[in-house]
Design a protein around this ligand. Structure first.
Ligand code: SAM
Ligand code: SF4
Length: 320
């Protein structure tokens, strides 16, 4: 479906839980996050109804996220069911990878089309400090397991000043060696994120260019998102940059979000959205109309630089 600015909206991110097994300091710090009551979280049946209605409106690509999607039991079954909905072309997942190894065969068998694995450091001590409790080795082996099964895998690295800037070229080497995409992301002022703690993507690009003189822009389509990619002339892997604070990519925004509590968010930046709960109680046509309404509400662009207008809820509830 087209929104009022003529953009094609064909992609939905679905947060299936606000819970997480990690405590990344910019997302879900150890203190200050209240869990949403389980009774307020959409059931899988409700999520599937939303997916069916969305598919009827031309949304063909879905991303399952959270919180950490793998902490919710039955996540693989949800993905299997989503893949069977007529019109659904692609279902992918964003995960921290900590619990991936145990379910990766099931996920592959369910038809998962791709994985984004978040990893902000390649050093065990730093990984633990940024995630509060994570084990780097688990996420690293998850990356290898995914690659060895031929699942399209990308690593997401949130750039943090004074924390992982000195690992930017290590991450580039990781991308080129493993033959996967590593995307560097600027911190957005959503939830506990403070852009002042971030690093501009262009600075990261310059560091990589200084190390890899042959770096070239990669115009190939790598996925559904706004990343801009670079690679070496002979590399399979690439580095991507998602620079929401320094590059507005809103003109080509193709997405809406479903929060774990059933709100359709037209834009990550703003709190406004359409609560699907009344529609879910009314019937499937009402769900479809509510999604249409949310798409029509999509703003022309974000205003991350006007902090008072920005979404105050935690990223774990919205889904990133
Ligand atoms: N738990 C999963 C994971 O970490 O991949 C999925 C949910 S997490 C909210 C999705 C992504 O959002 C992660 O890559 C995380 O780094 C990113 N994220 C969280 N807070 C952010 C912020 N304030 N600005 C930019 N990205 C953020
Ligand atoms: Fe959990 Fe992902 Fe948020 Fe980290 S970024 S706390 S792994 S939801």
């Amino acid at each position: 479906m087209l929104d009022r600015f003529g953009r094609t909206i064909d992609y939905m991110r679905i947060s299936i839980t606000d819970r997480c097994d990690l405590r990344c300091r910019y997302c879900m710090p150890a203190e200050g996050i209240e869990k949403v009551a389980m009774s307020r979280i959409l059931t899988y049946e409700e999520i599937l109804r939303v997916c069916r209605a969305a598919a009827g409106l031309g949304i063909t690509k879905f991303k399952v996220t959270g919180g950490e999607p793998l902490v919710r039991r039955g996540c693989t079954d949800l993905i299997r069911e989503m893949k069977m909905i007529p019109g659904v072309e692609q279902v992918t997942m964003t995960t921290n990878g900590q619990q991936l190894a145990a379910v990766i065969d099931e996920l592959a068998e369910a038809g998962l089309d791709g994985l984004n694995i978040s990893m902000d450091s390649l050093r065990e001590d730093r990984y633990r400090s940024v995630t509060g409790r994570g084990e780097l080795s688990r996420t690293l082996s998850a990356v290898d397991e995914a690659i060895s099964r031929g699942i399209r895998t990308k690593v997401n690295c949130l750039l943090q000043k004074g924390f992982n800037e000195d690992e930017i070229t290590d991450f580039a080497a990781f991308a080129f060696e493993k033959g996967i995409d590593v995307r560097f992301i600027e911190i957005m002022p959503v939830g506990f994120g403070n852009p002042e703690d971030g690093v501009p993507g262009d600075e990261a690009l310059e560091m990589i260019r200084a190390e890899y003189l042959g770096l070239i822009r990669d115009e190939a389509v790598h996925g559904n998102g706004p990343a801009v990619y670079y690679r070496l002339p002979d590399s399979k892997g690439a580095v991507g940059f998602i620079n929401p604070m320094h590059n507005s990519f809103c003109g080509s925004c193709n997405r809406i979000r479903l929060t774990s509590q059933g709100q359709i968010k037209p834009c990550l930046c703003y709190e406004e959205g359409v609560d699907l709960r009344p529609a879910l109680e009314t019937g499937d046509e009402a769900v479809r109309e509510a999604i249409e309404k949310a798409i029509r509400m999509k703003p022309e662009g974000h205003s991350f630089h006007e902090i008072e207008k920005v979404e105050p809820r935690a990223m774990s509830e919205i889904g990133g």
